[in-house]
Design a protein around this ligand. Sequence first.
Ligand SMILES: *Cc1c(COP(=O)(O)O)cnc(C)c1O
Length: 472
Amino acid sequence: MKYVSTRGSAPPLDFEGVTLAGLASDGGLYVPEEWPRFSQDEIAAMAGLPYAELAVRVMAPFTAGSLSDDELRNLCQAAYGSFAHDAVTPLVQLDQQHWLLELFHGPTLAFKDVALQLLGRLFEHFLSRSDNHLTIVGATSGDTGSAAIDAVAGRERIDIFILHPDGRVSDVQRRQMTTVQAPNVHNIAIDGSFDDAQAMVKRMFNDADMAASNGGCFRITAVNSINWARLMAQVVYYFAAALQLGGPQRKVAFAVPTGNFGDVFAGYVAARMGLPIERLIVATNVNDILHRALSTGDYSAGTVTPTDAPSMDIQVSSNFERLLFDVGGRDGVALAEQMRGFEADKAMQLTNAQRDGASALFTSARANAEAMRATMAYAAERYGQILDPHTAIGLAAARDAGIDPAVPVVTLATAHPAKFPDAVKATTGVNPDLPTRMGDLFDREESFTRLPGTYDAIRDYVAEHATESTDG
Ligand SMILES: *Cc1c(COP(=O)(O)O)cnc(C)c1O
């Protein structure tokens, strides 16, 4: 499988290449040259497979040429063996029409583990093949950082630097990152928002001086959902859920708490691969750029409002570019121009083709703090389910979206409630327990570095602490 950049001028790469590169060299994001497509019979034949085996079937077309089926199978079995539930992503029925897809049974209690447990192993596999070293630089709004750190801590060929916005992640989220004591793990708290951190990481990927600095050459990559391999791994659970609910004979709708548009874009990929999906409901909080873009075509970034659902406190959704590319005729040159305009003005209008293409499958909804709390309370009372704030926003959107009652609606439960105990307790009165495997989190020692939110400070710190790659 070959991958092309959404901005049209970076060289096409194979799966190994895009996994190690992260962002494309022209500033775009990699997408498959064409979508692999399963027939309805092929999808029906996947019913009942164990999760790791389903993952092999769904991902094999994307990794073809870079991994044998056996290599992919070994990686999937190791990655999904680290989950605390045998089904990996179990479904829970709430009422006649609504289900939760629990994506939080991995080591750090959010859906990010589903992709990152695999990605860490893919990195190691490809690096040992080429005897190389990699520097990971990532920005986190809370959950990516801990999931990425857990996935690569202690791996010799990898250094990881994770930037989080100081004071804007929950204590559990911060401790899950800062209590990992491994020589290759570097936690940085920056003075600024997640969008500031993400912008600096993007800039570092395109910084020629950075590559040449310190007399060496760094091979830097991304673990944010701009990395294609993450989205690929997330496609699998859309298949898993739909198959359990009668797919491919029956269409299913999904409501997805959305920040960077990665998780819900994986649903779009599943649909392009032939999985019958009725609707993808993009759930946002008051940081609603995606809701505005999808409902009115106005893609303009406001300032970020911190909320109880910090992983959705994003105004620039990187992966939206992948959708705009695909529904806008895959014209990289035109999209590069459009994105340059957005980067200059922090605003753009979607074209008619982009709007029509998106509205064919996507619906959006916005839930403010009050709606989030009301839904959390409702789920506790009516279903006996304690939801985290992100999942509650997803369920609020699911209930609001006006989906045909004959269609099952699956809300992606993206985090365990114990990651956000303050918000959960304030609304439901329940103090959600950390699973026993995380028990001593609050007794472990933290270590992290505070840096000002300036690009130079971050770049210098990374350059000083990273190991050089051997193919400099
Ligand atoms: C990352 C995250 C999201 C947002 O996912 P995107 O792929 O960025 O849209 C939602 N909920 C939780 C709990 C998350 O960690």
